[in-house]
Design a binder for this molecule. Structure first.
Ligand code: V55
Ligand code: FE
Length: 481
């Protein structure tokens, strides 16, 4: 019996599954790695173990495969392992895919695991374990050194939500993990839970409240005294799921909704703000407060970015019509109206923003983003580069001056989410290095590039060669040694 991945855009080129588990000691390095980069870069990719049960599948439904790049005295070693989710283990037992439509358990094979998590969206070390997260379930915990999977992580029984975000934030002052759950009482529930978990694992705060309707809350934003929940106009309907339909559906008439909660508040204190309809709030770059005002900086796109979650009539906007840029939303707690309009900080499409995380939730200046410039040479049409998550530049953005400095990676290359590493613990904001996976479409190879954050246009100071191709990934984190 043939078992091959389909030749659909979701499985070719950058999206061809990699499926490699590996240990490579001392990768080849072109250039010089600064000694001050000492730590582990963790990141995770959706990387399906088996060809999709239903013939095709979306990128977000692949099994989580974690990379750990350990930087130590100018050398880098690589370890890559699948998260041993219940779902992966059931598949390997049956030797085929058992999971149907993304986040729709009604379409799973009866042999599939009860827990539907792929653990494929981010990895972050907290209180001694590496958490692999997917927003539809609790995290899985792994050994940060061996990448052995320990199992589902409920924080010693303290977190009792059905789900858990893949975008927690670390408060830089306390080391507390600020996190939340949406659809927190199960599929289609409008319940949201907000948690603060101490650096030593103790649950410090927990607030449960309800959104006006059940919809995707992918990322969120924190400040010293508040948290902000961006509710994307992608709603959930369990009846549709029972009919085999998608978990999410785009609602062009719904606003970009934001819930603002005081960190010390209760459910009654949540305040909802309404932005323009038919817009897509992306990932948070950073956020901070200034008197009564809370600023949240993120890429915003005019229309549905997720072509795999169409609106009711099945339509999706042609990708070239989607205008995106880095925007600032300002929520004024003293304002009497609840309407908000974002202001553009930059005027080019970008995503996967990251800040110097010593400044998370605090006034800041420097950001690092993946950028797409359609005006630059491109020679990848026949190499399987779909019009989704394709970035040919990496940039430093200064949100105070509005300046941008970018590096173009090449005419058949695609960058993945960067991570920022400070030069030293007390270096000025933004003084340090930016690390990103770079995929070469022509040679079907991958490398890590390391750039000086304040000299982005000079290009990499080092390129670290990976002896196999990495599939497109999502998010990751830096953990100092
Ligand atoms: C996102 C990614 C996901 C997901 C839901 O980027 C939203 C947004 C990788 O999986 O399940
Ligand atoms: Fe994300």
């Amino acid at each position: 019996m043939s078992s091959q991945f389909p030749s659909t855009p979701e499985f070719v080129g950058l999206y061809q599954p990699s499926r490699v588990e590996a240990d490579v000691t001392d990768l080849e390095v072109e250039g010089t790695l600064p000694d001050c980069i000492s730590g582990v870069f963790y990141q995770v990719a959706p990387d399906p173990q088996y060809p999709p049960m239903l013939g095709n599948d979306i990128f977000f439904n692949g099994d989580g495969a974690v990379c750990a790049f350990r930087f130590d005295h100018g050398k880098v070693s690589l370890k890559r392992r699948y998260v041993q989710t219940d779902r992966l283990r059931a598949q390997r037992r049956e030797r085929r895919s058992l999971n149907g439509v993304y986040r729709n358990v009604f379409t799973n094979d009866p042999q599939a695991a009860q827990n539907n998590s792929t653990a494929n969206t981010t990895v972050l070390k907290h209180n001694g374990v590496l958490l692999a997260m997917k927003e539809d379930n609790l995290p899985y915990a792994m050994d940060p050194d061996t990448l052995e999977t320990f199992g589902v992580w409920d924080f010693d029984g303290q977190v009792r939500s059905a789900t858990f975000t893949a975008h927690p934030k670390v408060d830089p002052e306390t080391g507390d993990l600020l996190c939340f759950a949406y659809e927190a009482k199960g599929d289609g529930t409008p319940d949201i839970a907000y948690f603060e978990i101490g650096a030593f694992g103790e649950l410090k705060r927990e607030v449960w409240f309800k959104a006006p309707y059940a919809a995707m809350i992918h990322d969120f934003a924190i400040t010293e005294h508040h948290v902000v929940f961006p509710v994307i106009p992608l709603t959930v309907d369990v009846e549709r799921m029972k009919n085999g339909g998608p978990h999410f559906q785009w609602q062009p008439d719904l606003p970009q909704l934001f819930g603002v909660l005081p960190r010390l508040g209760s459910a009654d204190d949540i305040r909802w703000y309404y932005g323009p309809a038919n817009g897509f709030q992306g990932h948070t770059l950073n956020s901070f407060e200034e008197g009564s005002r809370i600023h949240v900086d993120m890429p915003v796109t005019g229309g549905n970015v997720f072509y795999f979650f169409p609106q009711e009539d099945g339509s999706v906007p042609p990708p070239e019509t989607l205008k995106a840029s880095l925007m600032r939303w300002t929520f004024d707690l003293d304002a009497t109206i609840n309407k908000v309009e974002p202001k553009a900080l930059m005027d080019f499409p970008c995503e996967f923003p990251r800040c110097d995380e010593r400044y998370t939730g605090r006034p800041y200046r420097h950001g690092f983003v993946l950028k797409f410039d359609p005006g630059l040479p491109f020679d990848g049409e026949n190499l399987g580069a779909p019009p989704f998550q394709f970035f040919n530049e990496i940039a430093h953005v200064d949100v105070v001056s509005g300046d941008t400095e970018a590096w173009f990676a090449g005419d058949a290359e695609c960058l993945q989410e960067p991570i920022f590493v400070p030069r030293s613990p007390d270096a000025p904001e933004g003084d340090g290095f930016v690390i990103s996976v770079l995929n070469h479409l022509r040679s079907q190879t991958s490398e890590l590039v390391v750039l000086d954050g304040m000299k982005m246009s000079s290009g990499p100071v080092a390129r670290i060669k990976i002896p196999f191709r990495l599939r497109m990934s999502l998010h990751g984190s830096w953990s100092p040694l």
